[in-house]
Design a protein around this ligand. Structure first.
Ligand SMILES: [Zn+2]
Ligand SMILES: [Zn+2]
Length: 147
């Protein structure tokens, strides 16, 4: 399933002429393997662990993460400063449900919600530039433990 996400992102990049360097690809692959959003430093540690011949530094990781965020291939969770893969990069609105207990991320896309928000923005003469909505709570697994 995870490889599907990567293949999906790769074809999306091809279609939109987004250039994927080997490091960009590597980071996409690593993020797609995580069940939970991770920090740039956690990503760096995993990357250096995996590729022993190379030693990546945090600045190059941040550069790639910024690029991937700008092209909406990954999400930066602003509240926790963690990064996670975007499951549907062709959709411009993502609702991220993040479990406070185990950190699991579930992604949804509701066009109607986007339209509602656009209407509200218009009323306020406001231009939305960032569409990701972060929602915190408990996932179904943690919920069943809590009961
Ligand atoms: Zn997304
Ligand atoms: Zn959970």
């Amino acid at each position: 399933m995870m490889n599907n996400v990567v293949a999906h992102i790769e074809s999306h990049c091809l279609k939109h002429s987004i250039k994927l360097t080997s490091l960009r690809k590597l980071i996409i692959l690593l993020l797609s393997e995580q069940n939970q959003p991770i920090t740039a430093y956690e990503l760096l540690a995993k990357l250096n662990e995996q590729s022993k011949d190379k030693n990546y530094n945090i600045m190059s990781i941040y550069r790639v993460l910024d690029f991937l965020c700008q092209n909406e291939l990954i999400h930066r969770i602003h509240t926790t400063n963690c990064y996670t893969i975007c499951c549907h990069p062709e959709k411009h609105i993502c609702q991220l449900f993040i479990c406070k207990n185990c950190g699991t991320k579930i992604e949804q896309h509701d066009e109607q919600l986007d339209q509602t928000l656009q209407k509200l923005a218009q009323k306020s003469a406001f231009a939305i530039s960032q569409h990701t909505i972060e929602l915190f709570g408990l996932c179904h697994k943690c919920l069943s433990f809590a009961i």
